[in-house]
Write a protein of this length. Structure first.
Length: 174
């Protein structure tokens, strides 16, 4: 099932209507990375800090502005090299895109295996750990993902509710 909305308030109200333990945000990686501007940096940096594309930064701003972390909502990144990764996952520079068959991106089989693995996150409001498999989330919010990334996500997360946001700034639904 797909959900369509036409404004930011509608999107936020829709998301906040879901139990945070049943919904996850998936944002696309970006070609632009922190090493593009400064190659003297560490070899590995957390993914949240490494991706510097405009769309990615817009998502982070929107996510934090709406207090989704404090409310207990999780998010991950779909990387062409690493697959489904948490924001604090260390990455190094790469230029691999799922849409380009010459890039030798992470395999669909690896992505499908990743969603079965147990993930351990800390809730912002306590020191208690929360464990879940990505496949256990019922609603997937796809943000700034190309059609190829969306297709890949849908093949991994079968029979889920999807909320598609092409551009968090323009809130153009696809």
């Amino acid at each position: 099932m797909n959900k369509i909305f036409d404004d930011n308030e509608g999107l936020i109200n829709l998301i906040k209507g879901y139990d945070p333990e049943k919904i996850i945000f998936i944002v696309s990686c970006t070609k632009e990375k922190i090493w593009d501007d400064n190659d003297d940096l560490l070899v590995y940096i957390s993914a949240e800090k490494a991706y510097t594309g405009k769309e990615f930064k817009s998502f982070l701003e929107w996510y934090h502005k709406n207090n989704f972390k404090k409310l207990g909502y999780f998010w991950i990144i779909l990387s062409g090299k690493y697959g489904f990764i948490e924001p604090d996952h260390p990455i190094s520079w790469y230029d691999i895109n799922l849409s380009n068959p010459n890039h030798y991106a992470i395999s669909k089989k690896s992505l499908q295996n990743q969603i079965k693995q147990l993930r351990k996150w800390k809730k912002d409001t306590s020191n208690l750990s929360y464990q879940i498999r990505l496949q256990d989330f019922e609603t997937i919010v796809c943000i700034n993902c190309s059609r190829k990334y969306l297709k890949t996500i849908k093949k991994c997360f079968m029979n889920k509710t999807y909320i598609f946001v092409k551009d968090i700034n323009n809130l153009e639904s696809i």
